[in-house]
Design a protein. Structure first.
Length: 280
């Protein structure tokens, strides 16, 4: 089928392939140049921008650590782990209930989560700010954490569709063996959800780690700023000084590292989760 499609639409297939290939090449070169430049001396960055460094140096990272950039890294990493764990802990049982239990209001509740996917947090930022201010959670990481874990619409939607494809015979067999609903969920459905969960983790991680808007609105103290805000603050204070150009590249490289490491470690599970269409 794919070969036939290629033969019938080969001009468009060729154009799309060239565009995607060029995009991948450009983004890869920019990414590699950022990493390589972080290990260059400043003179090399300006005189040899696309070449390997004449001398590999770690001074840029040492300056970065000495300036306290790692505190932003620590705040973002802790917020990322806590948010993802809580989102999945809420979304998994909710999707099991919506996907396998028939009750009055089931369809309405599913549509409620579906509608939640259509409205970004920017639309409700003013009432949300007033609410967190009333709770004394403005300029507090816990307030940001609550905003992030409220965004469970997409995980619930994906996992609900996943649980609906699980044969009902598995639940019936577990009941015959004496398992209750909690046992059925934890021992049968939760292991089956692992590929879908593994596919969602990087999607959630990218959104939380790179989020700039929510921390910008709700965080003002430097002690609570995340990596995007710390990177902006560092760039505005150091970026226009020529002696800090290499340090800026080091800061950008360090901010990219967690997401790259996450993909490299879990790429197999991510692809399996995105392509799996049936239950083994």
């Amino acid at each position: 089928m794919l070969k036939k499609l290629k033969r019938e639409n080969w001009p468009w297939y060729l154009i799309v392939s060239v565009i995607i290939g060029l995009w991948c090449l450009i983004t890869t070169l920019l990414f590699l140049n950022t990493i390589i430049s972080s290990f260059k001396e400043n003179i090399d960055i300006f005189t040899r921008p696309w070449l390997l460094p004449q001398k590999i140096v770690f001074d840029n990272y040492q300056k970065l650590i000495k300036d306290g950039f790692m505190r932003y890294f620590a705040k973002s990493f802790g917020l990322l782990i806590a948010s993802i764990v809580c989102i999945l802990a809420l979304a998994a049982p909710a999707s099991y209930g919506l996907g396998k239990f028939k009750f009055k209001g089931n369809k309405l509740l599913r549509n409620y989560f579906l509608v939640g996917m259509m409205f970004p947090v920017q639309l409700g930022v003013i009432p949300l700010f007033n609410l967190l201010k009333t709770l004394n959670l403005v300029d507090n990481l816990f307030g940001i954490f609550l905003i992030y874990i409220a965004g469970i619409s997409i995980p619930v939607f994906i996992l609900t569709n996943f649980t609906q494809n699980v044969p009902e015979e598995l639940r019936e067999a577990a009941r015959i063996d004496g398992a209750n609903e909690v046992g059925i969920f934890t021992r049968i459905f939760l292991p089956l959800m692992r590929p879908a969960i593994a596919a969602m983790i990087p999607l959630l991680a990218v959104g939380i780690w790179n989020d700039f808007f929510v921390p910008l609105v709700f965080i003002s103290s430097d002690a609570f700023k995340t990596v995007p805000l710390g990177l902006m603050r560092y760039f505005t204070s150091k970026g226009f000084k020529l002696e800090y150009i290499g340090v800026i590249f080091a800061a950008m490289s360090l901010s990219i590292f967690p997401l790259i490491a996450l993909y490299l470690v879990g790429s197999k599970n991510i692809i399996e989760g995105l392509t799996q269409g049936s239950i083994k």
